[in-house]
Design a binder for this molecule. Structure first.
Ligand SMILES: Nc1ncnc2c1ncn2[C@@H]1O[C@H](COP(=O)(O)OP(=O)(O)OP(=O)(O)O)[C@@H](O)[C@H]1O
Length: 499
């Protein structure tokens, strides 16, 4: 393979106010390499890829592309230089069709005398989608018709249409099902074959070790290492990421799946569209009930139904006092907290501050007459920020500015602050680093010991096995099998029931 530095990152620093997101980073990225970018939440991965892909400029330092000075004025300029990125937060435009999303800003390609030839545009969209193996999406359909995953894949098609020589994938695969992941892996393989370059950001170290040919490790905005494939070693990379040896238990170490008999939440024969077909379950006081399955098995809809955001066509969700859960507002009033899989879209208001996000469910509690005192809001927020160790500049800072792990802590803070008794957690550790993950597991175990009850919906089998008292495996909208906590439980036994 022809090895040549296609991109040089020279002494790049980036400050956001008082936050030093990148400090004097120097990296050489070679043509034809698949480079994994790894580091804890907030280590600067997205900042580095955003500078390379033209989202914003560096504060100091410069870039060199193909031996020439390179300073993209925006993402379109970067695309014209052959660099495209799929970002964590970007998304598609909701009010328009699939094809219009793919060719956003490139409509002139299909225009003649100011009139767009839509037939040609749709044909081209179909071709572009088929090229990466997407066959279920209609180019003329409104984009809102499609799932979050399909919309993410449409973004991929858009990014690839400019035929980039460097493709940056920022924390995308965790949001996708196996089918979506396979599409991304297929694209990466193709890039490698064509001697093109990929910068791949993921928190899944195993995934990176398998797919990448090199690995860049960042810590606190500083470049720690650039490793060749033969130097990949899981323990060593983890140590480089966190700067210390990781010791102690990751998951809980006991195998006692015992909890109280008291049922705090029950679902009876829930039906929702084609996603839930008669699901019943009981959650006990002090129980961690894991729910697993393939992404489209209905488990995410089940979480929404238990929290009252999705109404079942048939069946009901009841609390211990037999009150029926029919809305999110009522669930919150009854001390239920919900962490959505789609954190940025459903669990947070990104343009609001950390404080506003944390106090929302607790407004009724904080109210003194018709007013809420700023002082009590601040005290309330500070307590959560301190106990969850949320890394931020100030509590009035927009949540948008936080790294993924810290955003997730804000979501937890809002439900802990409201003194929730029941937590419905949909993929609670998605996109967060190993340090924060370990913290989340300890927190869940602590909550269990305090008698709180947790439903943990997860696509990660090790965490289901490692943390749950009981696991329900779902398949095609139904509960397929229940497993008790046991030392002999393993992934193979669960997978057998999932597929
Ligand atoms: N627009 C912004 N305004 C202010 N601070 C920001 C902004 N973007 C990032 N930061 C800060 O810069 C630091 C690096 O963030 P960055 O998003 O690059 O980390 P990351 O490694 O990609 O994290 P994650 O894995 O959680 O996505 C963090 O402290 C973050 O809070």
């Amino acid at each position: 393979m022809n090895s040549k530095a296609i991109l040089k990152v020279k002494n790049i620093s980036k400050d956001f106010g008082l936050t030093h997101a990148l400090k004097d980073v120097c990296v050489e990225i070679e043509q034809g390499e698949i480079i994994g970018l790894i580091g804890e939440n907030g280590s600067g991965k997205s900042t580095l890829s955003s500078i390379i892909s033209g989202v914003y400029p560096a504060s100091l330092g410069e870039l060199e592309l193909d031996g020439e000075f390179y300073k993209p004025s925006d993402t379109r300029d970067a695309q014209m230089h052959g660099i495209s990125m799929i970002a964590q937060e970007m998304g598609t435009l909701p009010g328009i069709r699939v094809a219009d999303n793919i060719f956003l800003g490139k409509e002139h390609l299909f225009a003649k005398a100011g009139v767009i030839n839509r037939k040609k545009m749709y044909q081209e969209a179909l071709k572009a989608m088929e090229k990466i193996g997407i066959t279920n999406i209609r180019p003329e359909a409104p984009i809102v018709q499609y799932s979050l995953e399909d919309r993410k894949l449409i973004e991929v098609v858009r990014a690839l249409y400019s035929n980039p020589k460097i493709f940056i994938v920022d924390e995308t695969t965790t949001a996708l099902s196996q089918r979506g992941r396979d599409i991304i892996y297929g694209i990466i393989k193709q890039f490698r074959k064509e001697n093109k370059t990929v910068l791949f950001i993921s928190h899944d170290l195993k995934e990176l070790m398998e797919i990448c040919t090199q690995m860049i490790v960042l810590r606190d905005g500083v470049l720690i290492a650039q490793l060749e494939k033969e130097e990949f070693n899981e323990e060593k990379i983890k140590e480089l990421m966190v700067g210390r040896k990781l010791t102690g238990d990751y998951y809980r170490s006991d195998y006692d799946g015992h909890c109280e008999d008291e049922v705090v939440l029950s679902a009876d024969n829930l039906y929702i569209g084609t996603s839930l077909k008669g699901v019943s379950l009981k959650l006990h006081k002090g129980e961690i009930l894991g729910i697993g399955g393939l992404t489209d098995c209905g488990m995410h809809e089940l979480g929404k139904a238990l929290f009252g955001v999705k109404s079942p066509l048939y069946g009901e969700v009841r609390l211990q006092n037999q009150e029926k859960i029919i809305s999110e507002k009522q669930a919150i009033k009854n001390k239920i907290g919900y962490v959505s899989k789609n954190r940025d879209q459903e669990a947070l208001i990104l343009s609001a501050s950390i404080m506003e996000n944390i106090v929302i469910p607790s407004y009724p509690k904080l109210k003194k007459g018709p007013l809420i005192l700023k002082k009590s809001e601040k005290e309330f927020t500070n307590k959560q920020v301190e106990s969850l160790n949320i890394k931020c500049r100030e509590i009035t800072q927009d949540v948008r500015e936080l790294s993924g792990g810290n955003k997730q802590k804000v979501v937890f803070g809002k439900w802990l602050g409201n003194e929730s008794e029941i937590f419905i957690l949909d993929c609670p550790t998605r996109g967060i680093d190993i340090g924060v993950k370990a913290f989340m597991y300890q927190l869940m175990y602590q909550l269990k010991k305090e008698g709180k009850s947790i439903i943990m919906i997860s696509e990660e089998l090790p965490e289901l096995i490692g943390m749950s008292d009981r696991i329900l495996i779902m398949k095609d909208g139904k509960i397929q099998k229940s497993f008790e906590r046991s030392e002999s439980l393993n992934e193979t036994k669960l997978i057998r029931e999932m597929v």
